[in-house]
Structure formats: C-alpha cells, structure tokens
Write a protein that binds this ligand. Structure first.
Ligand SMILES: Nc1nc2c(ncn2[C@@H]2O[C@H](COP(=O)(O)OP(=O)(O)O)[C@@H](O)[C@H]2O)c(=O)[nH]1
Ligand SMILES: [Mg+2]
Length: 362
C-alpha cells in the first residue's frame, strides 16, 4: 500500500516526510540525482501494544504503510506551480494521494505563487489532476473511435460508454471518486489509474501558533469532506518533525506542553490506513505478536496467505478470538473456556481486531 506525497514547492513535503519517518532530516538534493524518497511507516496501534504487554512476547511487529515523496523527480519542472506529465505519471502508481498545502507563514520562505492561500492551492492541485485525467480520457476515446471503425468489439463499446460517462464529471471540475461505480466498471478503468479516482488525504500544513485552531481550519476546507474518500487533516509538519526526533518521554512532555493528545502524525497514518479500506488482524507465538494488513472483506484463507503461502494452500481452520473479547478476559485459556475463541472456516470474513491462529497442513 503506497501513498504519494504531492504539493507545491515549499509546502512542507520533505518536512512531513521526515516527520513520518522520525529520521534525522533529509534535505532536498540540490541539483543532485532525481529520485523519490520512500519510507515504510509503522501504523500506530495501541491494541498491538496491549497485546505485547499481556501476551509477554519478545517482539511486536506493527503493520506498515509506504509513503513516497516524489518531489525529487520534479524539482525543476515544479517551479511554476504545476506538475509535469512525468511527475503525474509516477503519481498514477500510488494507491492514495496525499496533497499538502501551505498555511504556515515563514518570512524566509516565499510561496511560489506569491501569497499563502491553502484553499486556492487545494483547488489548483485538484484542477491539475482533473485536466490530466481528462486528457487521458480524450486520447483513449479517440483511439477507441478509430479502433471501432475498423473492428467493433463489445468490450470497446463498454469502455467507450464508461469514458463517455466520466467525461462530463471532469468537465464540470469534479473528481471521479464522487461517482458510484459497479465492480465491472471498476475493473474496466483500473488500468488507467485515474488520479481523481484515488483516495485523497488533504494535509493543511499549519503554523505552530495555530495548533489550537485546528477545528476552525478544518472547517475552512470542509467542502472537501462531502467528496467520497477524501479527508482533511490539519497538521504542523515542522512541530511533528521535532516531536519525531525526541525520545518517547521527552515527546510526551512536549505534547503535554503544547496541549496535544497524541502526535498528529499518528492520526494521519491511521486516517491513511482507513481511507485505503485497510484493517488489521493479529497473530502471535512466544516470539512475537504481529499486526497484518488486509482489505475489508478478506476471507480467512486469504488472510492466512498474507502470513505464509503454505498457510493458504494447506488451510484447515482458523482459531479466532476478537481483541475486545480477549482483553476483558486477559488470557487465551479463559477465552477458550468461555467459548469466545472459536473455529472458523476458509470463507470466514476477517474482522478488524481479530486475533487468529491458523491451522494448516502441507
Ligand atoms: N513555520 C513552519 N515552517 C515550516 C512548516 N513546514 C515546513 N516549513 C518550512 O518550510 C520550508 C519548506 O519546507 P519543505 O519541507 O522543504 O518543503 P517542500 O519543498 O514541499 O519539500 C522549510 O524551510 C521548512 O522548515 C511548518 O509547519 N511551520
Ligand atoms: Mg522537498
């Protein structure tokens, strides 16, 4: 699962990326080689921490999600405040898009468009995506028209009609993720990787002094919340980066002083996870307790395949207890005697928070 970070120059992409990784700052390579920065980020999950404590395993292994800062490959072209085709092409390979816009003031760093206006910037980025998707549709429709004149197949016709249905949405400046698609339609358009069809996380990078105005700032961008698969998250990337570099105890004090509950980046990661339609189940043995990532509506045998392909092939049964049922009892033995630990077959739909022991034979 990959999330691409996009934004105008100096909106805070690198700062946010550093905040997410908690690593020491990486600077933008000035005139060096053009490459994207990748990072696998652990998904914070208090349930995993509790399980680690109670089960007393040596290790805990969190689920992960990948973030990519693509700006390295577009540093030159981006100066005008627009994105190149090459950049947008790279962005098509991600599962979700994180757009970051600047709301912070900084006397030494000028905004490329001359003024700070996050509402405008979100709109501009969306317009770029809409135009890009529209040009793909128009090109494909022309090609299909030519093809159909020579030899018309049912598949061509279906595809053409679907693109015809998408076009007015984009022409009316609306993203495609607002449309309801059938499973068939989704399958037809998957290959296009339309940018406006991907889930969007809109990060408003706010000033340190505005941390207490989060709700008010989110309100300024609330019209986005009406678009499906779109979430607005106000964050101060700079503060988050500073917190990420502190030892856990220091970070706790820092958060308390700033009047914050948890680092905003934890919330951001969880929001990304949910927006991608992901959930976690847990496995455990003496060595480790581990969170695994699956999509909603995954069957037990497919979930087993995440852990090991042998487990899917030789799947017999899954022993399942839900985290909530386990926590109130405190031990697997008690779950067994209360019959909340139960056996499920391969078609069982795994739920978020299930603890699973797969039985298999190879
Ligand atoms: N005051 C403030 N400055 C920030 C914040 N986020 C980024 N900056 C500063 O803005 C400048 C550009 O940030 P950078 O992450 O390099 O932007 P990028 O070009 O999008 O990668 C840097 O000088 C950062 O220190 C923030 O939340 N608050
Ligand atoms: Mg950067």
């Amino acid at each position: 699962m990959k999330i691409g970070i996009v934004g105008f120059p100096f909106s805070g992409k690198t700062t946010l990326f550093n905040a997410l990784t908690g690593a020491s700052p990486i600077a933008d390579s000035a005139g060096g080689k053009k490459e994207a920065h990748h990072a696998m980020i652990k998904v914070p999950d208090p349930r995993l921490d509790r399980l680690h404590q109670i089960l007393g395993t040596k290790k805990k292994i969190a689920a992960t999600i990948e973030y990519v800062d693509l700006s390295g490959i577009s540093a030159d072209e981006q100066k005008k405040g627009s994105f190149s085709d090459q950049f947008l092409g790279q962005l098509r390979t991600v599962d979700a898009v994180l757009v970051i816009v600047r709301a912070f003031t900084h006397e030494l760093v000028a905004h490329p468009l001359g003024s700070i206006d996050p509402v405008r910037d979100l709109q501009l980025v969306q317009e770029e995506f809409i135009l890009s998707d529209l040009s793909i549709i128009e090109n494909r429709m022309h090609a299909l028209e030519r093809e159909m004149r020579a030899h018309k197949t049912d598949q061509d016709v279906r595809e053409y009609h679907l693109l015809e249905k998408f076009k007015p949405t984009l022409e009316n400046a609306q993203p495609l993720r607002g449309l309801e698609l059938t499973a068939d339609e989704e399958a037809i358009v998957r290959g296009y990787q339309f940018l406006t069809l991907k889930p969007h996380i809109l990060v408003v990078n706010i000033d340190e002094n505005d941390l207490t105005r989060e709700a008010e700032i989110a309100q300024m961008h609330s019209h986005w919340q009406n678009i499906p698969n779109t979430t607005v998250v106000p964050i101060s990337a700079e503060i988050e980066m500073e917190i990420g570099q502190l030892e856990p105890e220091e970070a706790a004090v820092f958060l308390q002083d700033a009047g914050l509950q948890q680092p905003a980046k934890d919330r951001l990661i969880r929001v990304s996870y949910q927006l991608l339609g992901l959930l976690s189940f847990f496995t455990w043995n003496e060595d480790e307790v581990r969170a695994w990532t699956i999509h909603r509506n995954t069957h037990a045998s497919q979930a087993a395949g995440k852990v090991h392909s042998d487990m899917e092939r030789g799947f017999i049964r899954a022993e399942v207890v839900h985290y909530d049922d386990f926590i109130v009892r405190g031990s697997i033995a008690k779950c067994r005697s209360d019959a909340v630990l139960r056996l499920e077959g391969k078609d069982y739909i795994v739920k978020d928070g299930d603890m699973i022991n797969f039985r298999f034979a190879v």
